[in-house]
Ligand binder design. Structure first.
Ligand SMILES: Nc1nc2c(ncn2[C@@H]2O[C@H](COP(=O)(O)OP(=O)(O)OP(=O)(O)O)[C@@H](O)[C@H]2O)c(=O)[nH]1
Ligand SMILES: [Mg+2]
Length: 401
């Protein structure tokens, strides 16, 4: 068990942009997510800054006037770390550090740091280490100045709290070594997956913190770690599940996030192979999150990148117990009804339209509609199963309570 207690909480400021593609409301929602990531990594957010720009400033991400404002705030409030909501180029990072004179992190760096803290098995550790060093290599000159190296903490930790190496030559050697090690593990994992036979494989996919592991525990009666932080799961768990008389394999794996660092997608190849080789994807959504539709789009984007969007998908809208639409006052004649005001029924109607994938609305917490989920899962798995085991007559029967 990893000790997540923070020795010294880092005080941070968050910095994001308001752009033509990302209005003020979106920008704030993204910063909310960045704040959650910061909290998960063990930091505390003291302040937030946004600037309206058509695109990030090529040299300093935000303009120099804004940067001075941030600097003033940092000095007045004893801030140790500034976190930017996009991946910064090595040059941007250097330039910003010169002005702010504190530790500079970007979104990628922060996510990698959380993964590093979460990795427990040697397999996950190797994958995360490789991703971290790939991110680091082009940034070694300048970014890891004497100043930031002395500070340590978020962004400078390898898996298991060890400091990460910052010598260019050693980093290159490490990358080569880790690649070799991973290739070997990848092969073993492929063999393991092959040994699982012809049983239908179902993979839980979805944004981070939506309740995939909670659902896995509920359906397969296993004990996967679940908590209200991001990326609670890094390792893959596979369980054999039997619904009625129908056996299949269910996989719980790492959650996705907007702008998942490409280094992670590459080094988590084997983990993501679980998704690539699945026969059915169960896409779990947290309907109580104000941004859940954007989350669905991010997940679909990643599924597309790993060539898995064409698979049969069962949409599971979880946390209906926590769903709260915004309400419009009776005498408010100005506000127009929008999706924010949809009732659960209206969302069901939206997602149950014929051309969409099958969808179930549930609560893994209160267990509402879990029977309906089992039934739907049974039907979906059965339709794949009978193509593989055509002589299992009993499977032609309909699901009955
Ligand atoms: N209110 C409510 N909370 C839920 C429900 N299902 C799960 N949760 C909570 O949501 C949080 C995240 O659950 P997890 O099962 O860890 O989510 P996950 O998708 O596996 O997350 P990662 O592994 O971090 O990607 C936990 O605090 C759960 O208790 C639900 O139906 N309703
Ligand atoms: Mg999980």
């Amino acid at each position: 068990m990893i000790d997540y207690t923070v020795k010294e909480i880092e005080k941070t400021v968050l910095i994001g942009l308001i752009t033509p593609e990302q209005n003020e409301e979106k920008a704030q929602e993204y910063l909310d997510e960045l704040a959650f990531l910061t909290y998960t990594a063990g930091g505390e957010v003291s302040g937030r800054f946004t600037q309206k720009l058509d695109h990030p400033h090529p040299k300093t991400y935000i303009g120099s006037g804004k940067l001075d404002q941030v600097k003033e705030y940092i000095l007045e409030n004893d801030i140790s770390t500034a976190i930017f909501d996009d991946e910064l180029s090595p040059a941007q990072m250097r330039n910003i550090e010169k002005v702010l004179e504190c530790k500079i992190l970007d979104r990628t760096n922060l996510i990698l740091d959380i993964f590093a803290q979460r990795a427990t098995t040697s397999y996950a550790v190797t994958q995360v280490e490789l991703a971290q060093y790939q991110y680091l290599l082009p940034r070694l000159t300048g970014m890891w100045t004497h100043l930031s190296r002395q500070k340590g903490g978020i962004g400078l930790r390898g898996p298991g709290e060890t400091e990460i190496e910052t010598d260019r030559r050693i980093v290159r050697d490490k990358i080569a070594l880790l690649r070799k090690k991973l290739a070997k593990i990848d092969k073993q994992m492929a063999v393991q997956r092959n040994n699982r036979g012809k049983l239908v494989r179902v993979a839980l996919v979805g944004y981070t913190n939506v309740g995939k592991s909670t659902l896995m525990n509920l359906i397969s009666k296993s004990k996967v770690f679940a908590e209200n932080k991001l990326f609670a799961t890094l390792d893959t768990t596979v369980r054999k599940v039997v619904i009625k008389n129908l056996p299949f394999l269910m996989t719980d794996t790492v959650g996705f996030i907007r702008k998942l660092p490409t280094q992670l997608v590459e080094s988590f190849k084997s983990t993501l192979d679980e998704v690539r080789e699945a026969d059915l994807l169960v896409h779990v959504v947290d309907i109580s999150h104000p941004n859940f539709e954007a989350h669905i789009a991010s997940v679909n984007q990643i599924l597309k990148e790993i060539d898995s969007l064409h698979k049969p998908i069962l949409m599971v809208f979880n946390k209906i117990d926590a769903y709260q639409p915004e309400t419009i006052d009776e005498d408010d004649l100005v506000t127009e009804k929008s999706k924010k005001h949809y009732s659960l029924r209206e969302w069901e109607h939206t997602y149950l339209k014929k051309e969409n994938d099958p969808a179930v609305f549930i609560s893994a917490k209160t267990k509402e509609n879990i029977d309906l989920l089992r039934k739907t899962l049974y039907e979906e798995v059965r339709s794949i199963h009978i193509t593989r085991f055509p002589y299992n007559d009993f499977l032609y029967t309909e699901y009955e309570e």
